[in-house]
Write a protein that binds this ligand. Structure first.
Ligand SMILES: CC(C)(COP(=O)(O)OP(=O)(O)OC[C@H]1O[C@@H](n2cnc3c(N)ncnc32)[C@H](O)[C@@H]1OP(=O)(O)O)[C@@H](O)C(=O)NCCC(=O)NCCS
Length: 124
C-alpha cells in the first residue's frame, strides 16, 4: 500500500453564487445538505443574509476542493458535507462518514475559499 498526500483548493465569487441562488432558489437544496444550510445560518441568520451567503460560498468551495483533492471532478455535491463543529471548525464528511481529508475555510472581500488536505492510501 502506498500513501499519497493530496490537496485541493477553490475560490468562489460570493456575489456570483448569491446571484445564482436569487435566480433559482432550488440550487440551495441541490448543492447543500440541510445541515450545511443550518450551519450557514448559525447565529440565527437566514439564508438571505450576506454572512450566510458567504458561508454557503465557502462550503461550495470546499466541495470543489474535495473534488480536486480526490481527482474525482464529478463527485456529487451531496457526497461531500461540511459540518461545523462546536468550536466553529469545519469537518468534512464523505458519503455520510467522517472523512480523513481536512479542510479550512475563509471568506472576506467578496471571496470565499477552501483548502483541503489529506493522505490517500492506494492499493496497487
Ligand atoms: C476562527 C477565526 C480564526 C476565523 O477567522 P476570521 O478571519 O474571523 O474569518 P475567516 O473568514 O477567515 O474564517 C471563517 C471560517 O473559519 C472557520 N473556523 C471558525 N472557527 C474555527 C476554529 N476554531 N478552527 C478552525 N476553523 C475555524 C470556519 O470554517 C469559518 O467559516 P464559516 O463561518 O463559513 O463556518 C477567528 O474568528 C478567531 O480567531 N476566533 C477565535 C477568537 C474569537 O472567537 N474571536 C471572536 C470574538 S472577539
Amino acid at each position: 500500500m502506498t500513501e499519497r498526500l493530496v490537496t485541493g483548493c477553490d475560490l468562489v465569487d460570493v456575489a456570483r453564487l448569491s446571484a445564482a441562488i436569487d435566480r433559482r432558489a432550488s440550487i440551495v437544496d441541490r448543492v447543500f445538505t440541510q445541515r450545511e444550510q443550518a450551519d450557514a445560518c448559525r447565529g440565527e441568520l437566514t439564508l438571505a443574509e450576506p454572512v450566510a451567503r458567504q458561508r454557503l460560498a465557502a462550503r461550495f468551495a470546499a466541495k470543489e476542493a474535495v473534488r480536486k483533492a480526490l481527482g474525482d471532478l464529478r463527485l456529487p455535491f451531496h457526497a461531500v458535507e461540511v459540518r461545523t463543529e462546536a468550536t466553529g471548525a469545519p469537518r468534512l464528511w464523505l458519503d455520510g462518514r467522517p472523512s480523513a481529508l481536512t479542510c479550512s475555510l475563509s471568506h472576506d472581500g467578496g471571496l470565499a475559499m477552501a483548502v483541503v488536505v489529506g493522505v490517500l492510501h492506494d492499493t496497487p
